[in-house]
Design a protein around this ligand. Sequence first.
Ligand SMILES: O=C(O)CCC(=O)C1=CC=C[C@@H](O)[C@@H]1C(=O)O
Ligand SMILES: [Mg+2]
Length: 335
Amino acid sequence: MTSYGLEAIPPLEEVLATAVVVSLPMRVRFRGITEREVVLVEGPAGWGEFGPFPEYDDAEAAEWLRSALESAWLDDPEPLRSDVPVNATVPAVDPDQVAGILARFPGAHTAKVKVAERGQDLAQDVARVRAVHALVPHVRVDANGGWSVDDAVTALTALAAEAPLEYAEQPCATVPELVEVRRRLQDDIPGGIRIAADESIRRAGDPMRVVRAGGADVAIVKVAPLGGVRRLLTLAGELADHDVPVVVSSALDSAVGMGAGLAAAAALPDLPFACGLGTGGFFTADVATPRSMSNGTLTVGRVAPSRSGIDAVRVDAERERWWLDRVRRCHSLLG
Ligand SMILES: O=C(O)CCC(=O)C1=CC=C[C@@H](O)[C@@H]1C(=O)O
Ligand SMILES: [Mg+2]
């Protein structure tokens, strides 16, 4: 697959001319936040989204800007499908909240459950996964690198004894740890448990390193951290050469950013797993009419934010200044 992108980065003034900063309120705490701030920019091809998490440095955040500019200045690649199967995403909630969360993902056959949350224990993870499994046939877990190797082997063995796991996403933080966990699970459990790399791909200088090291069976790929739809598709091609399938997932995107994730998923030749693109339901307000999920799928296509949708969730002047300064710094790194 050829990698191509923006021939030239659009000038800063053009980027800033349309930039609006919004903060989307969330129903549940996810990844430690209850408000999701992003910048939206409009270009000749439509809208793009820039929302690197606040703690990311400028070098990492610049790739998110590249992605936003690609969406706004270039059309999406040709889609190979019109609907994308998506998974339900279950935050680290108590089991009695699980049914309410799953109800926001109508018809989803797959659920991803957050585990290894700081301040919680394995019994809570087991109870949550059991509650999800009672309602959804396919279950995967995501530890966000929260376990040591020993903890991961113990926890995944206990969780897999309850019911089969589709895969375990980022059980430990580092590549050598992922390699070790994967090997130990293959030794201990018949058939092993598939390991998916997320942070080891989206936050790594070399996203192929974890695969070459033998630390991943599945790759979680996110448009914005990888620098755009085209870069994601190029990486997916390289991963396919190593027989590693990809799961396109959101970076907690607004309705605008989710369009780019859906465009990437739609352009992939193979899509063996449900994608993590259903998180739009976490927001109580979005910049465009939320996409509705039917039979566990979302329809591919861009949305344009409405003026009233934007006005309802605009940030104050201080947050706007903070974000636009970040756009300026990241733009100078891309230039
Ligand atoms: O993959 C999904 O089901 C939804 C997306 C999701 O889980 C995430 C989105 C944004 C930030 C991440 O901490 C988190 C993840 O770790 O995959
Ligand atoms: Mg993850």
